[in-house]
Ligand binder design. Structure first.
Ligand code: UDP
Length: 363
């Protein structure tokens, strides 16, 4: 049986420097993975775009042009790389340095590292961080799964199914959190929270429409990825009591989020996971979400949140009104039982140890 790789070269997302939030939830997932694996004796070298900062993580930064985000592309959009591509530089560096490592762990949701799977001399493990968005990307993900199913992981089954991989034989790795960084808050204020990149796939307009009906106040935290989208929502719902709280580091975010009586999640796409859902639960904050994608696998309907019909503002309103029925302690307890860093570490170690060719032949 092959030995578990312990010296890992990690490829970060090429859509933004780590720490800016442009990469979305994958930044937190990568950070938490690095923390827990380092605690368990692995050594990690992270390659990421210039400007990346995520202390105490040591990062080797590379200059170069960022990739466009996959969600801004169409299904048929050809795969592109800009001149001076940072993703190409990351892959080239991985090729040059591969003999110093046991394996590569790829967090880039992009065509090139998947395509290069058979070109590397050491194993490459892929952590797929989004659902299916582009046909060319689907092809290379499916190919990587066909050749080494155990080396490709998804957050959730719903996410894998978007690639037509309903019967994926590899492991699923839901995210995990360092729960010591998230305080349980049993005495919230009255406002609601909405947390995420401010971008159309997140459906912020539905949450704003819902609070327009319930009369609640709501604070929005996250990277202002599409300012025009935000302005358009503000103009459409001028009476809604919505405030933008900025993009906060985890410590400040969890304090502010913990003081809210509920988190509203309104994704229009199949959210691969939804880190903000487990961050809310960790603070004792129940979640009202569309029954779609990752949040539908995370939230226990009627216990730690309310799952409502996708795209139904009336459903959101009903869920918000029923928030007082839920126990905040149950939310924290679910986070502790299912989404601890230790639980994530166990899943990651299992993933990295399952790479022997013999096991793969079984599938
Ligand atoms: N986030 C943050 N500060 C903020 C708002 C959001 O650090 O003020 C982070 C949050 O912790 C989460 C990420 O932004 O890790 C959003 O990730 P999610 O998986 O919910 O969605 P994605 O952006 O990947 O679609």
């Amino acid at each position: 049986m092959a030995k578990t790789p312990h010296k890992l070269l990690v490829l970060s997302t090429p859509v933004g420097p780590l720490g800016t939030g442009l990469g979305g939830g994958v930044e937190l997932t990568l950070f938490n993975m690095a923390q827990v694996l380092e605690q368990r004796g692995y050594s990690l070298t992270v390659l990421a775009p210039q400007g990346s900062k995520l202390p105490p993580l040591a990062i080797d930064t590379l200059p170069g042009a960022l990739q466009d985000t996959a969600q801004s592309q169409g299904r048929q959009t050809p795969i592109t790389l800009p001149p001076q591509s940072v993703l190409a530089a990351m892959c080239e560096t991985a090729r040059q340095r591969q003999s110093q490592f046991d394996a590569i762990v790829n967090f880039a949701y992009d065509w090139l590292p998947f395509f290069l799977t058979p070109f590397f001399e050491i194993p490459i493990f892929h952590f797929v961080s989004m659902g299916s968005l582009n046909d060319g990307m689907d092809e290379v993900v499916q190919k990587a799964v066909q050749s080494h199913p155990q080396r490709v992981t998804f957050y959730t089954r719903t996410q894998a199914a978007t690639f037509g991989l309903d019967d994926h034989q590899g492991l699923y790795i839901p995210s995990g959190l360092d729960l010591s960084l998230y305080d349980f808050c049993d005495r919230p204020g009255t406002p609601l929270a909405w947390v995420g990149r401010i971008a159309p796939e997140k459906g912020l307009e539905d949450a704003v429409a819902a609070i327009g009906e319930t009369g609640d106040e709501m604070t929005v935290w996250g990277v202002m990825q599409c300012p025009d989208y935000w302005d358009e929502i503000r103009q459409r719902y001028p009476q809604a009591k919505v405030t933008y709280g900025g993009f906060l580091p985890t410590e400040a975010l969890q304090t502010a989020l913990g003081q809210c009586r509920g988190l509203v999640m309104t994704s229009k796409w199949v959210e691969a996971f939804g880190n903000v859902a487990i961050e809310a639960l960790a603070c004792g904050v129940p979640v009202v979400s569309y029954r779609r994608g990752g949040p539908a696998e995370i939230i226990r309907d009627g216990e730690t949140g309310w799952l409502v019909d996708p795209d139904s503002v009336a459903g959101l309103v009903a869920g918000i009104e029923k928030l007082p029925q839920l126990s905040r302690l149950a939310c924290r307890q679910q986070a502790e039982a299912e989404y601890s860093l230790a639980a994530m570490g166990d899943r990651l170690e299992q993933w990295l140890s399952q790479s022997s060719p013999t096991q793969e032949l079984c599938h």
